[in-house]
Structure formats: structure tokens, C-alpha cells
Write a protein that binds this ligand. Structure first.
Ligand code: ADP
Length: 394
């Protein structure tokens, strides 16, 4: 039995889970928020009860020491030596990293080299890794990369039809994200169907605030909707998803804004919030649409249409599919969104069982027995996947 910490460091937050492996038993979970701001918050769940404290936490290194000392103080750990390994969620592994790996000096230097590919995420990820390494120097630190699962994509999927030297010299290509989730959910789906991953084709719809669709053929990602960055693909809570790139210059001229400002609109003021003008949260949109708000309804429909475009195209690309899986905040919880998507796939003989679909956050088959493709809800668990990969590399 080993205790493994799964860490997700953001720019001002640090989420963690301590798991007992290989049992995959959650020991504790928590979050440090508002790092570097006044009134930082440290929250931890002890025996299912949430404890919260307001503290001053100037940087990630302090957050890590406070968090580890709390584990001792709350008697969750007797000493730091009980932690066998730390698995760090890292958003980007660039062109080279195709699997989880031990984070030594060379690996960290490589991540620093590619920081431009995802500065908003990679910089805090690196800060978190360094802070943990400093406090736990004798423990192995493993990087688990959002992009790694998609390294199996063929050239025809990941290359953009732009001048080839953009790819060769500047690493412009599709990377894809949410890989840890797509890997976990597709493996679990194969298990539920009683098949080996290499014997099935699965389409995963990871729909949360961020959302991406993935075609998993015989256990490997062969295409996904997010691209060079997580802005591509389907519309999300605040992101536009794919648009005609010529819109950027056009709107720069119309609004007299910089590239940066327009990109900010596409990242922060688009998707659900952009179309509805109400909210980026799917619950608010579902409620507003039910009350007759046309733009809330439109925001949901625009997204559903694009999701169906991807699912149908991946179905054909893989030569058929055994299953479609819904996961993440919306995929796991929003039955009307799921129905709306599946009901548009009738031409492929895919049929939703509305009674089975009446569920939230549970693992369940939601298609009819005569549906040509099985449809499941499978809750994702990126932390367990991080802990599994960490354990494997210890
Ligand atoms: P991310 O991890 O990308 O930030 P999540 O996977 O946590 O996002 O998903 C957040 C989304 O899930 C929000 O839009 C939220 O409204 C939605 N969600 C959560 N619970 C429900 C629910 N019961 N019904 C509909 N949507 C829900």
C-alpha cells in the first residue's frame, strides 16, 4: 500500500488529493485558493467534513508547506516519509512527451523551453512542481500530461494545413487536451463492456466548462477536438471553440482592438456566455432556456450541433463505434444536454433511453437495448489516473 499525492497547480490555486494505492482509496482532498492574494483560503476535507481556514499564503512554496504540515497536524500523516510519490498534472508536454514520466532536471528544463505553448497553465504547473520538489526532495515526482494521450494521433489528424515550417520550426500542430480524462474514461468504458481497450472504438464527450471530444480507436486517441490550444473545437462555457480565423482581423478592425484583446473575447466572452449573454454555467442556461429565453436555448443548441458534428465525423473516421461516453460536469449531470445530443444522432441508429438517462453523476448505460452504439455516462477521475501513472513509475 502506498500513499500518493495527486496535484493540480493553477496560477493562484493548488488542488490536491491524497490517495491510497493501488486500492484507489481517497484519503483526503483539498484546495488552496487565492495564493499570492490577501485572504488566501486553505480547505481540506477530513472524514468527509470540509474544514476551511483563511490565511496569508504569498506563494506556491508556502502553500505546499502549509498543506503538508496540515496533513501532519490533522494526523492524516505521521510524517512526510509516508508519501511515496507526487503526481503532478501538467497541461502541456509539447511535441516530445508522449507519456507520464519522472520529473528530473532535464524534463523540467524541457518544460521551461516550451512554456510559450501554454504560458497561462505551464508557468503555474512548473511553480507547483518546484515547490513540491523543494519540500519533498527525496520523493519521486511524476508529470502526467494533458496532451500525452493524444500523441498517438496520426499526422493527418494533428497537422494543420499551414506552411510546413510553422510545424517544423515553431511546433504549430494539434496537441489536444483533457488526455488524462479521455484515457481514464475510455479504459473504464472498455472494462464495463467486458472488452479489452484494443478491441473497441469509443467516442468520449468530455463536457465541462472546458470541453473536448475524442476518438479513441483500439485504446489510442486518433483525433480530438481541441487543437494547438484548448480554445479550439466545440463552444464551451466561455470559449468560442473553432471559428473562421479571418474573424480575428475583421473584428480587430471593427472594434479597434489588439490581437490580444480579441483573443481574450474568444477565451473569456464567448461560448455559453457569449451567445446567451446570461451565464457561462450550464445550469443557469438550462433554467433560462426552460423559462423561454431564446438566447440561452441557442447557446445550448449551437454547442450541441458542434458536438454532434464531431461525434458523427469520428464515428465515420473510426469505421464505427462501440460506445459514446459522456463525462465531466455537464456530461455527467445534464440529462437534457445529453438527450439533445443523442437525439440528433438518430441517422446512425443511436437511441437514447430517456428513463435510463434520468441520472446524475453515476456510471450508467443510457441508450436503448437496440441502439446501434451504446451510450454511457462515466464520471471522470483525473486524480485516480494521475495516481495510477505515478504508482506505475515509482
Ligand atoms: P471544468 O473542470 O472544465 O472547470 P466541470 O467539469 O467542473 O468543468 O464542469 C462544470 C460545468 O458542469 C458547469 O457548466 C456546471 O454548470 C455543469 N454542471 C454541474 N452540475 C450540473 C447539473 N446538475 N446540471 C447541469 N450542469 C451541471
Amino acid at each position: 500500500m502506498k500513499k500518493i499525492m495527486a496535484v493540480n497547480a493553477g496560477s493562484s490555486s493548488l488542488k490536491f488529493q491524497l490517495l491510497e494505492m493501488p486500492e484507489e482509496k481517497l484519503i483526503t482532498t483539498g484546495i488552496v485558493e487565492r495564493i499570492g492574494m490577501k485572504n488566501s483560503v486553505f480547505a481540506i476535507s477530513v472524514n468527509g467534513k470540509k474544514q476551511e481556514e483563511v490565511l496569508d499564503i504569498p506563494d506556491h512554496a508556502v502553500a505546499v508547506s502549509i498543506l503538508l504540515n496540515k496533513l501532519i497536524e490533522l494526523k492524516i500523516l505521521a510524517s512526510f516519509d509516508e508519501i511515496s510519490g507526487v503526481g503532478h498534472r501538467v497541461v502541456h508536454g509539447g511535441n516530445k512527451i508522449a507519456e507520464s514520466l519522472v520529473l528530473g532536471d532535464d524534463e523540467i528544463a524541457y518544460l521551461e523551453e516550451i512554456v510559450d505553448l501554454a504560458p497561462l497553465h505551464l508557468i503555474p504547473n512548473l511553480t507547483g512542481i518546484k515547490a513540491f520538489k523543494k519540500v519533498l526532495p527525496n520523493v519521486k515526482h511524476i508529470g502526467v500530461f494533458d496532451t500525452a494521450f493524444h500523441h498517438s494521433m496520426p499526422e493527418e489528424s494533428y497537422l494543420y494545413a499551414v506552411p510546413y515550417d510553422w510545424y517544423e520550426r515553431f511546433q504549430v500542430r494539434k496537441y489536444g487536451f483533457h488526455g488524462t480524462s479521455h484515457k481514464f474514461v475510455s479504459a473504464r468504458c472498455a472494462e464495463i463492456m467486458g472488452k479489452k481497450p484494443e478491441d473497441c472504438n469509443i467516442i468520449i464527450a468530455h463536457i465541462g466548462n472546458g470541453a473536448s471530444i475524442c476518438a479513441v480507436k483500439q485504446g489510442h486517441s486518433i483525433d480530438t477536438s481541441m487543437g494547438f490550444t484548448p480554445l479550439d473545437g466545440i463552444p464551451m462555457g466561455t470559449r468560442s471553440g473553432a471559428i473562421d480565423p479571418a474573424i480575428i482581423e475583421y473584428m480587430m478592425n471593427k472594434k479597434n482592438k489588439s490581437v490580444k484583446e480579441i483573443t481574450n473575447y474568444l477565451n473569456k466572452q464567448s461560448g455559453y456566455i457569449g451567445v446567451s449573454g446570461i451565464s457561462s454555467d450550464s445550469r443557469d442556461l438550462v433554467a433560462a432556456a426552460a423559462a423561454g429565453n431564446h438566447r440561452a436555448d441557442l447557446a445550448i443548441e449551437v454547442q450541441a450541433k458542434r458536438i454532434v458534428d464531431y461525434i458523427a465525423s469520428y464515428y465515420v473516421y473510426m469505421g464505427g463505434a462501440d460506445a459514446i461516453v459522456f463525462t465531466a460536469g455537464i456530461g455527467e449531470n445534464a440529462k437534457t444536454t445529453r438527450s439533445n445530443i443523442i437525439n440528433r444522432l438518430g441517422a446512425l441508429g443511436i437511441k437514447m433511453d430517456e428513463e435510463r438517462n434520468d441520472c446524475r453523476g453515476v456510471e450508467r448505460l443510457i441508450s436503448t437495448d437496440d441502439s446501434k452504439v451504446k451510450v454511457y455516462v462515466i464520471p471522470t477521475n483525473e486524480e485516480v489516473m494521475i495516481a495510477r501513472d505515478t504508482l506505475a513509475l515509482l
